[in-house]
Design a protein around this ligand. Structure first.
Ligand code: SF4
Ligand code: SF4
Ligand code: SF4
Length: 323
């Protein structure tokens, strides 16, 4: 029922402006702009409803397979060889962590609730931060944020240097070697690939559709709507179940709000963590740190240059293909 209300609200009820926002324009110009939280879309994830069926994971793959990398092999030799090859192309079916071919996975936590052992299942993907450091600190403007809060990495501009992953408090973006702009301009240098992560089905959202994972879920675990409404619903749900909220304040606020009957400190202890398996710790506001803001100010002009180079190479490819 909640999803029906959510879907109707999403398609008709005052969401047109946010849902119809086109992709961000010229990178670099928007990188330093302060995001307007009132226009951002957020999702509420009710952990207690998730049954771990992975329908959302499959739906994500089906909806986004066309955006996955198609690397050229053999990979160019790197000088110096300090940047590791990261090749997931032969492991595309791995779905127990984030990879360039798996933007959503189900994290599992064995916990005790009211004296009973229980396994909780938690859908994990990009948190879509309100003020995303991956966007603000990408030197090439390849990571961008739309006015509706969706952040995504432009695979035509990304050089795979993984700054986005280094500054992401959850290490979300994942690299695939042997694809992207670096092959044209710096085949033995740069970051040797492209970074990938959940783009919140920005294309579906722009068409007024729900993200694939939300639409596919049989238990209506997620709802989506304006951030203000989602925060209110999260508080109401937390009050009802005497529960806890994650994402309202983390990293200065995210557009993914989890509600759980179990404290997130306990969940964080219970989940498996590592590369592609994010934590559930409390997170300070990365962008509030003066050093990072200063870095953003310095690197922003590079975004325009990268965009121009990317468009040039993309244009040449289109011309030569058509010739
Ligand atoms: S489809 Fe829904 S219930 Fe199934 S794993 Fe995903 S969020 Fe959980
Ligand atoms: S969670 Fe990480 S990748 Fe996602 S928007 Fe925030 S900083 Fe970027
Ligand atoms: S919003 Fe879209 S891209 Fe992101 S996890 Fe859900 S289905 Fe995948």
């Amino acid at each position: 029922m909640e999803k029906q209300i959510s879907r109707r609200a999403f398609l008709k009820g005052g969401m047109a402006a946010a849902a119809g926002v086109a992709a961000a324009g010229m990178p670099g110009s928007e990188a330093l702009a302060e995001p307007d939280e009132r226009k951002q879309l957020a999702t509420l994830i009710d952990i207690s409803k998730c049954i771990g069926c992975e329908g959302c994971v499959e739906a994500c793959s089906e909806a986004n397979a066309g955006k996955y990398p198609d690397p050229q092999k053999p990979f160019p030799k790197m000088y110096p060889g300090r940047v590791p090859v990261e090749d997931w192309s032969e492991k595309q079916d791995v779905n127990d962590r984030l990879t360039p071919y798996n933007w959503l996975y189900i994290q599992r936590a064995d916990v005790e609730i009211n004296g009973e052992e229980k396994e909780l299942t938690i859908p994990r993907r990009c948190m879509h931060c309100v003020n995303p450091p991956c966007v603000k600190l990408c030197p090439w403007g390849a990571a961008q944020q739309q006015e509706n809060g969706i952040s995504r990495i432009d695979s035509d501009l990304c050089l795979g240097g993984s700054k986005c992953k280094k500054v992401c408090p959850w290490d979300i973006p994942q690299r695939q070697t042997g694809t992207g702009l670096y092959l044209d301009i710096l085949p033995s240098m740069a970051g040797n690939g492209v970074m990938y992560k959940c783009d919140r089905c920005y294309d579906r959202v722009a068409d007024g559709e729900l993200p694939a994972c939300i639409e596919a879920c049989p238990e209506d675990v997620q709802i989506i709507g304006p951030r203000e409404d989602i925060i209110k619903k999260a508080h109401a749900l937390a009050k009802e179940i005497n529960g806890y909220i994650y994402g309202e304040a983390e990293n200065g606020g995210t557009n993914t709000i989890y509600v759980s009957a179990v404290p997130f400190e306990d969940l964080n202890q219970a989940v498996e963590q590592g590369n592609g398996k994010p934590h559930l710790k409390a997170v300070e506001d990365t962008m509030a740190q003066a050093n990072n803001l200063a870095a953003a100010m310095i690197i922003a002009p590079l975004a325009g240059i990268a965009a121009a180079v990317g468009k040039f190479f993309k244009g040449s490819k289109t011309v030569s293909k058509g010739a």
